[in-house]
Design a protein around this ligand. Structure first.
Ligand SMILES: Cc1ncc(COP(=O)(O)O)c(C=O)c1O
Length: 444
């Protein structure tokens, strides 16, 4: 029964069954485990995207903002895409200089926030205006200091993994809509502002063909409205394949298309535009795992399901509940044998059957396998023993960062990085109950 021992559990990197066992023994379950070798490789993949006149890659910090990861990703040569002033402050705490940051936010900073924003801009942060109000509020400061701006546009066409991940159509409030661009251009002219960078992010995990088609749309907008722009930011949103039957966006193919379109634009207009992308999912999704433990099992009768209860659920990986996303499952026995892997079901020596995986939250949506309407979808896997480890793949992006931690007063799970030398490094401690309640005030 040892043939599957110390085996790499996924096609993505260096995580083996031994690594899973070691991480669980050393840090307890549940935990998030990240594979440095995958992060480094994905950063290199993003940086190798073809472009016509130069490329800047900004890591979308919202995907995972853990300090060690920001430092690691920044050290690979990526700059940062930030969505809030808090993310910017967090990046500064991680030691990343403002001139490596771009802030594209729904926030309208006032008071101290406004002061901080202006100080960050003076230190080199690129500020993306996302509404007419933001444009009006920043205009005095920007024209007084001669600071060029970026401007986010909603092109009216978007694409996402789910309806809620589409940020480019008429249902989306992100950026200044195409229909309001005349007004924006007028304000820019009247207030003597310079827009250097045109920004569009149409959504996350959508159809790569729509991402490709957005390039021409954005170049047309740049040509019509932004004569001073020297940079076009195409956003993030590259679809990743977390499950074996999913297909990832091809960065090389998309880059080659972008290069052609930017070259064509240069031939027609004489303008050689710099290109920016802002991947989050691409860098982190398949670098991460949730390592959980099987704690119970139940059966809901002959017409029901076989449930496996693990010590991690919607509070650790909310994506199945939020988007109907699928993540690959792996089961590792307590002695380190790989009992089942959705990447290699045919090779499994153990009896497999359809089962449902649920967490500990008092919520019927707390399952790791749901469709877009929230219906439970059983999945093929081995029959684990209580105490075996249940691993959920594809959980590096929008899992720890988007967790519903503290629901049911569950504490936030620790984060561990598998270094390229094989060592395990704790990069976030497990939260304590004391930390959960420390800001609460008693009546007496
Ligand atoms: C402005 C912006 N850029 C980049 C991203 C990153 O998207 P993804 O993680 O799909 O690459 C997002 C995600 O919401 C975003 O809003």
């Amino acid at each position: 029964m040892t043939w599957l021992k110390n085996r790499q559990i996924t096609p993505f990197g260096k995580v083996t069954t031994d690594v899973i066992i070691r991480a669980a023994q050393e840090f307890g379950t549940p935990l998030y485990l990240y594979d440095e070798s995958v992060i480094v490789r994905k950063c290199a993949e993003a940086l190798s995207m073809p472009s016509a006149f130069g490329l800047t890659v900004r890591y979308a910090v919202k995907a995972n903002a853990s300090r060690a990861l920001l430092q690691l990703i920044h050290a690979q040569g990526l700059q940062l895409d930030l969505s809030t002033l808090y993310e910017a402050r967090r990046a500064i705490l991680a030691g990343i200089p403002c001139d490596r940051m771009m802030l594209t936010s729904q926030q309208v900073p006032g008071g101290k926030d406004r002061e901080d924003l202006e100080s960050m801009i003076r230190n080199g942060l690129t500020y993306t205006v996302c509404s007419l109000r933001q444009l009006t509020l920043i205009s005095d400061f920007a024209s007084r200091h001669g600071i060029p701006l970026a401007l986010r546009i909603n092109p009216g066409v978007g694409a996402g993994e789910s309806v809620t991940r589409n940020t480019g159509d008429n249902y989306s409030s992100f950026g200044i809509h195409l229909a309001a661009l005349d007004r924006a251009a007028e304000l820019i002219r009247d207030r003597g502002l310079t827009v250097r960078q045109v920004h569009v992010h149409i959504g996350s995990g959508g159809d790569p063909d729509m991402w490709r088609d957005n390039i021409d749309r954005e170049l047309q907008i740049t040509e019509k409205y932004f004569p001073d722009a020297d940079t076009v930011n195409l956003g993030g949103g590259f679809r990743e394949a977390r499950m074996p039957d999913e297909t990832a966006a091809d960065i090389q193919v998309l880059g080659e298309h972008a290069r052609d379109r930017f070259e064509d634009f240069a031939r027609r207009t004489g303008r050689k535009l710099h290109m920016v992308i802002e991947p989050g999912t691409l860098i982190m999704a398949n670098a991460g795992y949730v390592v959980a433990r099987v704690v119970d099992e139940k059966w809901s009768g002959p017409t029901g399901f076989e449930f496996i209860i693990i010590d991690a659920g919607m509070e650790i990986n909310t994506r199945p509940l939020l988007y109907g996303s699928r993540h690959p499952f792996y089961i590792v026995s307590e002695n380190g044998t790989l009992l089942s892997s959705e990447y290699d079901l045919n090779a499994m020596k153990y009896e497999l059957d359809f089962r449902v995986v649920v967490g500990r939250c008092c919520e019927s949506g707390d399952s790791q396998s749901l469709d877009h309407q929230g219906h439970i979808i059983p999945r093929m896997m081995a029959d684990p023993e209580i105490g075996d480890l249940f691993v959920i793949g594809g959980t590096g992006a929008y899992c720890s960062a988007m967790s519903l931690a503290n629901y049911n007063s569950l504490v936030k799970a620790p984060e561990v990085l598998l270094r390229t030398d094989g060592t395990l490094r704790l990069i976030r401690k497990r939260q304590t109950l004391k930390q959960v309640v420390e800001d609460e005030l008693a009546l007496e």
